[in-house]
Design a protein around this ligand. Structure first.
Ligand code: BG6
Length: 471
């Protein structure tokens, strides 16, 4: 039943984070290294010899030791849900062991208990750009079929351990980003210039099978669980109305839809079979794989930061700054300080497109503005950040969410990205902040790690309290 605000009464409001970007404690209690721990310049970088002292991701914001205080702040904002990931390498430090690391399991038990004690549902990503480094170095990550078995062992372990505590699960963060960031997303250590299309799509296939297998196993172990896929959503607009541009958009969008099509329909779409054939990509796909793929997801979750624009005209395809996926600049949109084009209406478009295509419930699990914040003292001497720009961004996007719900879209919830400041995935910067909570930590690693409420903290608290009536 919808309330008069448009948002359903049981709408899951909250925030999102990922283990590798905020936990810190990268080598504590038996944790192994993950691929993110060795990319000091962020996810667009490639493998290094090991962690370096200036890699901010290693310390994150020390959520590992401060989670109780941070969860208290989430509860104060009224969160109904909190999305984070389990760091695979806390549970299986190398990834290919048979026995899990008890200390790693215990940490998440404690965290989930803390969340539940504050009536906050955990929404857990099983793999958020966190392939154990050993699996990357030894097996070339998801190119290798053995990864399915390692992942199966990991998910079975955490499903058995956390059943009854965690109801909402996501299999792979932004699974479609593997096409653009094979090391960060797929743990593939072969450098992108040497990686063949066949190996890349074989890795995609292995992840899709592993995702469907996790859905199957999850439902067996936890019949009440809701298991979703997670894709990077980016609606694509044509630069002109020329039919060639319309076809360019269709083909570009299919590189993303392919992933949700398989997750929701349980089979490869015809356009990908054609693509593989015409590009001589012969994949190793077994009969058993095809059976496993039939285990489809309960919901589609996605991140949304921007739309993009495409054209078939090569002369106009000058690189447009963007997230992991490229495209050309849209002349009608403004961009963030990092060049991400801001488009609230694109969120309404993407919600409607997914809903019309699948009629499967949706969940927005990332959205937000990365910006440089200034810590200031208010009239009472308290430190805060006057982040009206963030409030404006989120308000405009949530207004479009409301429109989409009125359009008939079934939406389970909304978790804004980086609800507490954390380290950027793409650039490894601390100064690219998304949070309602400011964390005193600088790009050079200095700072007390103290937490301060920004102006947006009270704003979001009121959004939740009014179930989206006041935006
Ligand atoms: C998404 C990722 O791509 O975007 C997150 O799932 C990431 O891990 C977020 O942090 C924002 O990107 P960035 O590069 O600003 O941290």
């Amino acid at each position: 039943m919808h309330t008069n605000t448009g948002f359903p009464a049981d709408f899951l409001w909250g925030g999102a984070a990922a283990a590798n970007q905020f936990e810190g404690a990268y080598n504590v209690d038996g944790k192994g290294l993950s691929v993110q721990d060795v990319t000091p310049k962020g996810g667009f970088g490639h493998i290094t010899d090991g962690p370096t002292p200036d890699n901010l991701k290693l310390e994150g914001i020390d959520f590992y030791h401060r989670y109780k205080d941070d969860v208290k702040l989430f509860a104060e904002m009224g969160f109904k849900v909190f999305r984070t990931s389990i760091a695979w390498s806390r549970i299986f430090p190398n990834g290919d062991e048979t026995e899990p690391n008890e200390a790693g399991l215990q940490f998440y038990d404690d965290l989930f208990d803390e969340l539940l004690a504050h009536n906050i549902e955990p929404l857990i990503t099983l793999s958020h750009y966190e392939t154990p480094l050993h699996l990357s170095k030894t097996y070339d990550g998801w190119v290798n079929r053995k990864m399915i078995g390692f992942y199966e062992n990991y998910v079975r372990t955490v499903f058995n351990r956390y059943k009854g505590k965690v109801k909402y699960w996501l299999t792979f963060n932004e699974i479609n980003s593997i096409l653009h960031a094979p090391f960060m997303s797929g743990g593939i250590s072969t450098s992108p210039d040497k990686l063949s299309q066949k190996d890349l799509y074989q890795a995609v296939h292995h992840e899709l099978v592993a995702s469907a297998l996790a859905t199957k196993i999850g439902h067996e172990i936890m019949p009440e669980a809701q298991i979703g896929c997670m894709v990077l959503a980016m609606p694509t607009y044509p630069l002109t109305s020329h039919p060639d541009d319309i076809i360019a958009v269709m083909e570009s969008e299919r590189k993303n839809y392919f992933f949700s099509d398989v997750h929701v329909r349980g089979t490869y779409p015809g356009y990908m079979k054609r693509y593989f054939k015409e590009n001589n990509i012969e994949l190793d796909v077994t009969e058993e794989d095809l059976e496993i793929l039939k285990n489809t997801v309960d919901f589609i979750s996605f991140s949304y930061y921007m739309s993009t624009t495409e054209t078939a005209d090569e002369s106009k395809r000058e690189a447009g700054a963007g997230n992991i996926l490229g495209g050309v600049q849209n002349p009608y949109l403004e961009a963030s300080e990092w060049g991400w084009q801001i488009d609230p209406q694109g969120l309404r478009v993407v919600l409607n497109d997914f809903w019309d295509r699948y009629q499967t419930p949706l969940f927005i699990v990332e959205n937000g503005l990365g910006a440089i914040d200034q810590l200031e003292q208010d009239e009472n001497g308290n430190y805060t950040v006057n982040d009206d720009y963030r409030i404006n961004y989120l308000s405009a996007h949530l207004s479009q969410v409301k429109e989409a719900i009125k359009d008939g879209v079934e939406l389970m919830g909304y978790t804004s990205w980086g609800c507490i400041d954390l380290v950027s995935a793409s650039t490894a910067e601390m100064k690219k902040r998304y949070g309602f909570i400011y964390v005193d930590r600088n790009n050079d690693g200095t700072g007390s790690l103290n937490r301060y409420k920004k102006k947006s903290f009270d704003w979001y608290k009121n959004v939740i309290a009014t179930n989206g009536e006041d935006l």
